[in-house]
Ligand binder design. Sequence first.
Ligand SMILES: Cc1cc2nc3c(=O)[nH]c(=O)nc-3n(C[C@H](O)[C@H](O)[C@H](O)COP(=O)(O)OP(=O)(O)OC[C@H]3O[C@@H](n4cnc5c(N)ncnc54)[C@H](O)[C@@H]3O)c2cc1C
Length: 437
Amino acid sequence: MYTTQITVYCIQLQCLFDIIMKQQNSKSETIAIIGAGIIGVTAAFRLKQAGFQVTLFDKEDIAQGCSKGNAGHFATEQVFPLAQKSLLPQVPKMLLDPLGPFSISPSYFHKAIPWFFKFINNMRPKLFNANKEALKSFNKIAMNSWDALISETNLGSLFHKQGSLLTFESVSDNEAIKVQREYQAEGIAVELLNKKQVNNLEPGISNKVTWALLFRDVAHTCCPETLTKEIYKKAEKLGVEFEKCEISTIESDNKLVTITSKNKIYQTDRVLLATGAHSKLLCKQLGFTVPLETERGYHYMVKSANQPNRPIVSYERKFIMTPMKNGLRLAGTVEFAGLDKEMNTRRVDALLLSGKSIWPQIEDTKEGNYRWMGFRPSLPDSKPVVGKSPKHNNIYFAFGHQHLGLTLAAINAEVITDCILDKKPSISLKPYSIDRF
Ligand SMILES: Cc1cc2nc3c(=O)[nH]c(=O)nc-3n(C[C@H](O)[C@H](O)[C@H](O)COP(=O)(O)OP(=O)(O)OC[C@H]3O[C@@H](n4cnc5c(N)ncnc54)[C@H](O)[C@@H]3O)c2cc1C
């Protein structure tokens, strides 16, 4: 009886303490988030809820970077780091095919070499396993965070839980079972479907598809750009502000952070750097050399009389197609060519052929901006940088989410908010620290 009452008093005291902390924050604490992609916008929403005065900065409008045209797949099943040994034998073939799923621009090759050395180093079993465990711990709770965010923002119409398919055309049933077991060994629920079962789920799929893995616990959005913008609108309603300008310098005296754009100097209590693939230079100013590269990826929009019900990934062709509100999005490819080079239209157009092979009803309508390129922010160990700067008490990082920025955005927002509030986050942020390189 007494113990129950004491517990109730403790809970009430904790609530009172949280309210006081929130009020203190709302009075005094300002935070600038640089980068208004999905990572910056979701963090802005959570930090505002936690009581901060939040200003988002971006050189473009909301969600015009990599978060605009991605494949919209909340891909929590993707727990395998890209730096894996099985990739090595495939590299020569990939490099000889300039339109294949993976390419390095010859003029960029020498610049990418240091990154590739680190990438190959991360294939060592000990590092591979550590990276995998870190990614797994992040991915495992990612969907719960999205469920919570979608329900709080009332954006269910943009979030679909139909699972996803990984299709096989030329591999034997034994190979498909092997792939299934690799996922199962990591605790991922996955079912192997035969041709008839695949056809029942997706009647429009090509009859070349012989097997598929069905992941039920994943989701997709019918427009990642709209989703990001809508979350921003909810954050704006709470009081988040937006400044359109490029931040060129950042400096901290450990009391205040000064950031400057071409025309203005801003002072703020804290800064969160969420600048995706463009984070290298600002990190350098803060004293960190980060091996950040961009894996350029493309999408091609097409129409189809009947769209698939869920994202479909091709095991052999290494691309994904996702039903969007304005058509079918064929997305993928990895290209190392830096941030400045124009898009390679031949590489985007190659997605069309792959798409037609899996979904024969595709009509190539070439409407509007049907070709798009985005800069995936990638570190050689396939993990993002998330957490507090070890050199400053008011600078925080959240960038480098490579192929999984959409998937991880909601949980990333929660853990970085906890970190900023000096609370213990739901996962250890040690594997994501900026000084691990
Ligand atoms: C083809 C393709 C398909 C993908 N599919 C998926 C998928 O299905 N699922 C998934 O989870 N992920 C996917 N991704 C990856 C995902 O899109 C990225 O990981 C994610 O968008 C990164 O978000 P971000 O907010 O960190 O970066 P961004 O969206 O690029 O945002 C960074 C922002 O910072 C701004 N900025 C940069 N520097 C400055 C500065 N100095 N001053 C002011 N503003 C600045 C930029 O303008 C930009 O708006 C895909 C990527 C590609 C290319």
